[in-house]
Design a protein around this ligand. Structure first.
Ligand code: FES
Length: 96
């Protein structure tokens, strides 16, 4: 399985809107998931320019997470690691 990339926005807008708490994930996620995951801090994900209402932002692979919290990010990671049955069948077929 490819590594899951978690991009955490550490830019000013996101930081002010609650992103400061997300910085802790840079340490806790690798500890929880080991080498299944790569956490990258970004200075700006270029999402805040469309409006501040959903900051702080994070991305799990290509999935944008607005009003990001540790819970939302972990939930997105878990969905990738433990896909629902329909998706699992598709993914199993991809691996062959
Ligand atoms: S500061 Fe977070 S998306 Fe721009």
């Amino acid at each position: 399985m490819e590594k899951i990339t978690v991009n955490l926005c550490l830019g000013t807008t996101c930081f002010v809107m609650g992103g400061a708490k997300l910085q802790e994930l840079a340490e806790t996620l690798p500890a929880k998931y080991g080498d299944k995951i790569e956490v990258v801090g970004k200075t700006c994900l270029e999402l805040c320019s469309s409006g501040f209402s959903k900051a702080p932002y994070a991305k799990v692979n290509d999935q944008i997470i607005g009003e990001a919290t540790a819970e939302k990010i972990i939930s997105a990671i878990e969905e990738i690691l433990n896909p629902k049955e329909d998706e699992k069948v598709e993914n199993d077929e991809d691996e062959e």
